[in-house]
Ligand binder design. Structure first.
Ligand code: F6P
Length: 354
């Protein structure tokens, strides 16, 4: 019997730890089943443009500590609607031509939705979750989140000392479109005074009241705001609309909006820092390297068990598997009664809502 031939791609925005997954999937498939692994370049675009390359033991050695993704990625391309049409027939035919037995797709909810569609169309697929937003259903700790929390925490710590020196209100804007896990954990880690999340609508006056009270007592205030945060009765701040993308709305700019609105209400100077892609780049933490190794090996085992149409899950501290369709198009947001929120409120953090 010939050994399996498996495609491997990274889709969506990059996240620290992707290379650790690429390494673990490849090495585990080679070691456990003698499989041949083909890396797909630039996410699903590589399947459309027929850009694959062999990934052997050597190619993936020594990469776990590197940021980004060895294979490249894209969050602008869906084979379901690229250049105005559906590419699934071509992709499945190409996979047959290549004698691919299946595909491992590493990505967020968008990548999983496409993986599910391809799996149903005839290209058997296994999913591996990653995102710094930590918002994938059935995954309590997603790849890249640990590193992003560390990066944002360091930024908040640094901003705090300069805010303290000048007696300023310092806003730091993080990523997090629909879910505020990153702002919440980093804000808590760095002792932010106010944390604004997409899940909890803020009121300007409530924020201003905390800043005034702190100005009298401690001179400075640090506010950690997720890009998807919005005022009560309002909408998130949109930076750009890009019709050609699967996710056409690019969020960003809420921190600057808050500077403009808060400044007239306060005596302290109000300043904003937008962290942007700094949060996604750079070397993964030890935690993300370990998690990447675990979920990469788990994906290889799903392939060897022919558990197609499944994604590696991580719930209650254990790795498992869930159908791709249980993840596709869903977002894991911060519940109103989450213990982290409750702890933060009990120790005096404001969420700008009262
Ligand atoms: O999905 C992860 C994420 O980091 C979001 O929080 C953010 O809105 C988006 O990626 C930004 O993507 P891009 O790099 O394409 O602007």
């Amino acid at each position: 019997m010939r050994s399996m031939r498996i495609g491997l791609l990274t889709g969506g925005g990059d996240a620290p730890g992707l290379n650790a997954v690429i390494r673990a999937v490849t090495k585990s498939l080679i070691r456990q089943g003698g499989a041949e692994v083909l890396g797909v370049e630039d996410g699903y675009l590589g399947l459309i443009e027929r850009r694959l390359r062999a990934l052997g033991w050597q190619e993936v050695s020594g990469i776990a500590a590197l940021g980004g993704t060895l294979l490249g990625t894209s969050n602008r391309v869906s084979p379901l609607s690229y250049q105005g049409r559906d590419w699934r027939d071509e992709i499945v035919a190409y996979a047959r031509e290549l004698r691919l037995d299946g595909l491992v797709a590493i990505g967020g909810d968008g990548t999983m939705a496409i993986a599910d569609a391809l799996d149903r169309h005839g290209l058997r697929t296994v999913g591996v979750p990653k995102t710094i937003d930590n918002d994938i259903a059935h995954v309590e700790r997603s790849l890249g989140f640990d590193t992003a929390v560390a990066t944002v925490t360091e930024a908040l710590d640094r901003v705090q000392t300069t805010g303290q020196s000048h007696g300023r209100v310092m806003l730091v804007e993080t990523m997090g479109r629909n879910a505020g896990w990153l702002a919440l954990e980093a804000g808590l880690a760095a002792s932010a005074d106010i944390i604004l999340l997409p899940e909890i609508d803020y009121q300007l006056e409530a924020i201003a009241a905390v800043c005034r009270e702190r100005a009298a007592r401690q001179r400075f205030t640090v506010i950690c705001v997720a890009e998807g945060a919005k005022p009560r009765g309002g909408q998130p701040t949109v930076q750009a609309l890009e019709a050609s993308r699967p996710e056409p709305v690019r969020l960003g700019g809420v921190a600057e909006v808050l500077v403009t609105q808060l400044q007239p209400l306060l005596q302290s100077e109000v300043r904003a820092t937008v962290l942007g892609h700094v949060q996604r780049g750079g070397a993964p933490t030890a935690g993300d390297r370990v998690l990447g190794s675990l979920i990469g090996d788990a994906a290889a085992r799903l392939v060897n068990d022919a558990a197609w149409g499944q994604m590696v899950s991580f719930e209650h501290g254990r790795l498992g598997q869930v159908p791709l369709m249980a993840v596709a198009g869903r977002t894991r947001t911060v519940p109103a009664d989450h213990p982290l929120l409750q702890t933060a409120r009990r120790i005096g953090v404001s969420f700008g809502d009262s």
